[in-house]
Design a protein around this ligand. Sequence first.
Ligand SMILES: [Zn+2]
Length: 426
Amino acid sequence: MVFELLDGSTGYVLLEKGLPEDDLFRQIWSARALVEKKYHSLVKQTHESYLKLGAKYITTNSYATQPTWYEATFGTEEGRRVMAAAMDEESSAEVLELVGSIGPLGLMCAHAKLSAQLAVESRHEFASGGGGGGGGAEGNKDNNNESDRNNHSNNNHNHSNNNHNNNNHNDENSICILGSLPPLVESHRPDLFWDALEAKGEAFFLDNYKDLAKALLEGGADCLVLETMNCWEEAELALRAIRELMAELAGTRSQQKQDVIVSLEGSLRGKDLKPQPHLAPAWVRKVLEFDLGPTARLRGVGFNCAPPEDILESLEHLSTEGVLAELETRDILVMVYANLHERDIYDEGFEMPSVQSPQRPEARKVTRRGDLIETAALATADEQTTIPCAGYVKFGRKITRDFGVKILGGCCGCGPQGIAAIAQHV
Ligand SMILES: [Zn+2]
């Protein structure tokens, strides 16, 4: 592999593993699994399914721990009613008591921290050979190939642990936990970001990003990743929050700089929701120019949750304008994880069901794109063969070879099958 493997989507994997697709799930999506203890193991199983495939980066299940959904769900009568209806009496009483003492945003941070702890536990159990026994020979081969040029360093320095194996498949330090920081209002909706900025002010973003980042680091995340940023301005607020947090934590942590990755929503939509991939060079330059302060560093820039075609266009603009070359010179990785769904729902205005109408009859079903996920013939180096997720594999080959993308995974619609396909065939 010429790239390092990132994991895939979380929400539907959790559902497949037994998380109920109830009204509470529709309100807080994958955070549903954090609310009740009995589902925590499903989060770990989801991480494990990607670790088994050789993922070197796993992402905390904190994409849905964000203030808009938590306020609506745990901070309103109607939201709490939906929650109580979804859970047994004892569990909901427990959550209500907690909300009573720490508030909806306190619960959000507790869940963000928990999501990181669950990822740490999964990694540990996987590395110590538990939870299904690790990967096969193929995983070992990949990892050995990677170790030489793998110059990223995780923040944990427990080299003294019992590294009795000669097989770095079981090396916890080779697996990086990405602490996910999502858009705080809605994904794929720059218009709503600007509305919220005007209505709530910068403090809403700075305070919540700071609290969420702190919780993720306390829980054990190695690297913070801003995911699906609607626009540069949203990413900038998150970066400012991280810089402030790091300044406050200075002296309390190891001297190693905190790694940060900024991943933009790969279509770079405008307020009118129209894709504008031609803005990729300008937005990435702004990310590069941002001063993260003395105790944090930019480890990568990414493009995620957009159709592969849009991401490809963004990469082409970056290449033409010399930004990819600059990233390489500065040793900043490019990360891509595309969305494999039909694009119309995003083009027309993506929306989570609201608390007021969790079961809107007009809510459309999101469908995956056949041309990306179907098994089809694809030429390998020396033969023509049929492979699963052929369309996405083809995209993966192109961006890792032509554009030097170093971290590749999948976003919405790309589960373990898709990740297995790129692990084996890209
Ligand atoms: Zn996505």
